[in-house]
Design a protein around this ligand. Structure first.
Ligand code: GCB
Length: 635
């Protein structure tokens, strides 16, 4: 890219994404604040740091200084694509001291004296004036670290929405695109002994090429929405562990080391509760493979009995532990088999949004537990669809612990630029980051590659590539995507089918169906809908729902009343009971959620009201309808 085209791109705001997507890239230190652009960045994250939460670390949550920068002057200025000194929020400089030293010094920021924001948490919830802020904000804080020779310092970001550039002590440390998956940067070469400074440039704006694109049906939630953590690990460390159980009764595991001594090293794997202990040696890729016979006493993980086993890997001076469930998941005809037995998915969809009237997408353990408890014990559920993007690791770990099966999804949503190679690369990286983070979670049974997408050749290639990636990175799970339904009326009876070419590629067919909410059909016609699918595979109703304002009751049972929503559930569930290939449901949605798309001034006011619970957790009538239906299915 020439400087001229770069400048033009900067003016249009396109430079953030120009040339390629930004994966988590460790890049050489540079003076410029221009976001890192690398077309040939690898699809897999350079550092995985699997089960990072179980390692000793410093949690950098808390007060961070911030500075708004809507025109991105910290990245560029009008007359020079390099930001001038007076705008470089990432600089390692004491602005007030500079101003005192030189009366001509000109700074138009001062991070040391800037206001503070508590992170993690989306900025939209932090201050009323940031409610609809969609652009660049800088964050800065200091941390203490004193690495010894032979140690590495890693900074891990669990989720930052949407493009992030990271600076340590004024130097570029790396960049990342994508709002829901973790990235880890090796900052060993940038830190000094003692006090260090970390600065993040976080741009929430989405483009036509981003994933998701500009328009969705959920809120902006810009910023650092999950914790930032600092790790000090040995130079050669255990970067990844992948463990699973096979239908043949084997426990397979791969442990992958990273660092100068990764090849030809001894690795030990143990599951003490099962009295299993094995030694292996890493190959030239740094990977040690284990294949163990499961002992008779093994208790397989199920939603009813979610047994987790402690597993520990040791290599050199490093060790890594996790708690894992062991189970199998498969399909046979139109059945889903968990540990070889048919299972019906009694589920619900969830956005990552905590209870309350001003959510910040800050998924703490109690916040996540409150939501999942309503699924498990309120609705008698055994399944959650974590729509429409990877949720916090807090949630997937809780699902393991509480016994909930999980559908995990990446935000390939609606009008993604399916023909755009860059968008595909972004989506593939997200898929890889999501799977590598979570493929030890027994709760997760489905990797979803998209939601409500058009049936085009470009889309087929895009989502087909993602489905292939999912199988390559994790052959032990199923694939699906929420697809659109084709409906016709013949002799007064509605016929619904999923005539989507993706059906051949995916293990499970999933249909989003809103008959009698959207469109002209009537609730009376819903129970008799005749469903068919072009292939013999399990079908899930991945969405159905109707808005209702909690507390709004209407004698005429009109739309937006609790009565209409409850009738809608009764009709759709009556229909569900007639569909022989149906293997589960995840209605839309557990809780009302914020979205700028929904502005009916009486009923919505910025909230999608299809929740069975209000934003503060009040149960609507339909909640009991679904809970009762599930309690019957659970018998
Ligand atoms: C859908 C979308 C979901 C929306 C929902 C709705 O089909 O997948 O993201 O929020 O419908 O309420 O219309």
């Amino acid at each position: 890219m020439t400087d001229l085209t770069r400048r033009r791109a900067l003016f249009s705001g396109a430079a953030l994404l120009s040339g390629s997507c930004l994966a988590a890239l460790a890049v050489p230190a540079r003076a410029s604040a221009e976001p890192v652009v690398m077309a040939d960045a690898p699809l897999l994250p350079a550092i995985r740091l699997t089960a990072a939460l179980n390692r000793p670390h410093q949690d950098l949550s808390g007060a961070w200084a911030y500075s708004k920068d809507l025109y991105k002057t910290g990245w560029s200025t009008l007359m020079d694509w390099k930001p001038n000194r007076g705008n470089q929020r990432f600089s390692d400089v004491d602005v007030a001291a500079e101003e005192a030293r030189d009366r001509y010094a000109l700074f138009e920021y001062d991070m040391q004296n800037a206001p503070r924001m508590a992170l993690p948490g989306a900025w939209n919830a932090a201050l009323p004036q940031l409610r609809y802020y969609d652009g660049l904000i800088w964050f800065q804080r200091t941390f203490l670290v004193s690495p010894k020779p032979g140690e590495r310092v890693l900074l891990r970001f669990e989720a930052v929405n949407y493009v992030t550039q990271v600076f340590v002590n004024g130097k570029t440390a790396g960049a990342h695109e994508g709002g829901f998956t973790p990235f880890t940067l090796d900052v060993t070469g940038l830190v000094r002994d003692g006090v260090n400074q970390v600065t993040l440039g976080v741009d929430s704006s989405h483009t036509d090429q981003s994933v998701p694109p500009r328009v969705t049906d959920w809120d902006i939630y810009g910023g650092v929405t999950r914790p930032v953590r600092l790790f000090v690990v040995p130079d050669t460390f255990i970067d990844d562990l992948y463990i699973r159980y096979t239908p043949e009764g084997r426990i397979l595991a791969e442990a992958r080391l990273m660092g100068p001594a990764s090849a030809g090293s001894d690795v030990t794997l143990s599951l003490p509760a099962l009295k299993l202990m094995a030694r292996g040696r890493t190959d030239e890729t740094g990977t040690a493979h284990f294949d163990l016979k499961a002992p008779r006493g093994l208790k397989l993980w199920t939603p009813e009995s979610p047994t987790l086993y402690e597993v520990t890997v040791t290599a050199g001076t490093d060790s890594l532990s996790d708690r894992v469930g062991l189970r199998t998941i498969a399909v046979k005809g139109h059945q889903i088999l968990l540990n070889g037995k048919p299972v019906f998915l009694r589920g619900i969809c969830l956005h990552e949004e905590e209870f309350g009237s001003n959510p910040a997408r800050n998924m703490t353990e109690p916040a996540s537990r409150a939501l999942l408890t309503e699924v498990k014990h309120g609705l008698n559920g055994n399944f959650v669809r974590l729509s429409h993007y990877p949720h916090s690791e807090v949630t997937t770990r809780l699902a393991d612990e509480m016994g909930l099966l999980v559908w995990s999804e990446i935000p390939v949503y609606w009008a993604v630029a399916f023909g755009d190679a860059r968008a595909l690369t972004t989506a593939r990286r997200m898929m890889a980051e999501n799977i590598l983070r979570d493929r030890n979670r027994a709760s997760i049974i489905i990797w979803s590659v998209g939601n409500e997408t058009p049936k085009t050749e470009a889309r087929n290639h895009f989502m087909g590539t993602l489905a292939d990636d999912a199988k390559r990175l994790d052959p032990s799970r199923l694939t699906s995507a929420a697809l659109l339904v084709n409906k016709t009326k013949v002799d007064g009876v509605l016929h619904a089918t999923i005539d989507d070419p993706m059906v051949d590629k995916l293990d499970i067919l999933s249909a989003n169906t809103y008959t009698a909410w959207y469109g002209n059909d009537r609730l009376e016609d819903v129970p008799a809908i005749k469903w068919s699918a072009p292939v013999d595979k399990p079908l899930i109703f991945s969405e159905f729902g109707a808005d209702a304002l909690a507390g709004f009751h209407a004698p005429d049972r009109r739309k937006f009343s609790e009565e209409f929503q409850a009738d809608f559930y009764r009709a759709t569930l009556a229909n569900a009971a007639t569909v022989p290939i149906l293997a589960g449901l995840s209605p839309w949605i557990l809780k009302d959620f914020q979205t700028p798309r929904r502005e009916h001034p009486v009923y919505q006011n910025g909230w999608n009201r299809k929740g069975l619970l209000s934003e503060t957790g009040a149960r609507k009538q339909a909640f009991a309808v679904l809970a009762e239906w599930y309690s019957q299915r659970a018998i």
